[in-house]
Design a protein around this ligand. Structure first.
Ligand SMILES: O=c1ccn([C@@H]2O[C@H](COP(=O)(O)O)[C@@H](O)[C@H]2O)c(=O)[nH]1
Length: 243
């Protein structure tokens, strides 16, 4: 299954479930669709590294979305551990600063040293969460100006630290690509098919609009996992992009 220039591998399905059984039910519904799978803190804290290995054994690409944010030495160790696990993509908070992101990069190199041929995971910086509105940024967090400016600043910092890309909303993709280059990847949650409930998301676009902005990956959770027929929901997202 391919989309014009955007294979379905660029759709990352968020497996936000409280246990492995829930995620397994979804995997059965989506059997044969080669989308990327995202394991976030809810599933990882419940089902652990074993579930990541199970996805890898089934042939999926895996984004481990744990958003590390700690002192550089700790993040270096965490990055080495998830690299040894064999994930294809993982992330750290850009708010941790340049030294922390560089330490994450070192952790990847450490885990790969002595393992020639092992795949290097994409290391991605989290900018401002897609649930963050301008009002939250300005009035609660205390950062002035549009969210986009703050996101682009984090993206530039992530690039300077040697990261491969950032998590941002599709609304910021054009400016990130302008400032950081097209090869610097954007991974964009905050995806809502037309008419879908926003839930707690604030900065959103449809799947089609997001790819039209030039994003590399979209992340979709509840519009698929919360649908009565998740397979039909995912196929309809693919169709909305290719039509
Ligand atoms: O800024 C961010 C970073 C991560 N996420 C994650 O993406 C999915 C989105 O799920 P939906 O159900 O489609 O809203 C979820 O796992 C978040 O943890 C994000 O939304 N925004």
């Amino acid at each position: 299954m391919t989309m014009k220039g955007y294979p379905v591998e660029r759709i990352i399905v968020a497996l936000d479930y409280p246990d492995a059984e829930g995620a397994e039910r979804l995997l059965r519904r989506l059997e044969g669709i080669p989308c990327y799978m995202k394991v976030g803190m809810e599933l990882f804290y419940a089902a652990g590294p074993q579930f990541v290995l199970r996805l890898k054994e089934a042939g999926y690409k895996v984004f481990l979305d744990l958003k590390m944010h700690d002192i550089p030495n700790t993040v270096k160790g965490g990055s080495a551990s998830v690299t040894r696990l064999g994930v294809d993509m993982f992330n750290v908070h850009a708010a941790g600063g340049r030294a922390m992101m560089e330490a994450a990069r070192e952790g990847v190199e450490l885990a790969l040293s002595g393992r020639p041929g092992a795949d290097k995971p994409m290391l991605i910086g989290v900018t401002h969460l897609t649930s963050t509105s301008r009002q939250t940024l300005n009035d609660e967090i205390g950062i002035a100006g549009p969210v986009e400016d703050a996101v682009v600043r984090y993206a530039e910092l992530a690039k300077a630290a040697g990261l491969d890309g950032v998590v941002a909303s599709p609304l910021e993709v054009t400016r990130i690509k302008e400032r950081c280059g097209d090869a610097f990847a954007t991974v964009t949650p905050g995806i809502r098919p037309a008419g879908a409930a926003l839930g707690d998301q604030s900065r959103v676009m449809t799947p089609r609009e997001a790819f039209a902005q030039g994003t590399d990956y979209i992340v979709v959770g509840r519009p698929v996992t919360g649908a009565a027929d998740p397979r039909e929901a995912l196929e309809s997202i693919v169709a909305s992009i290719t039509e």
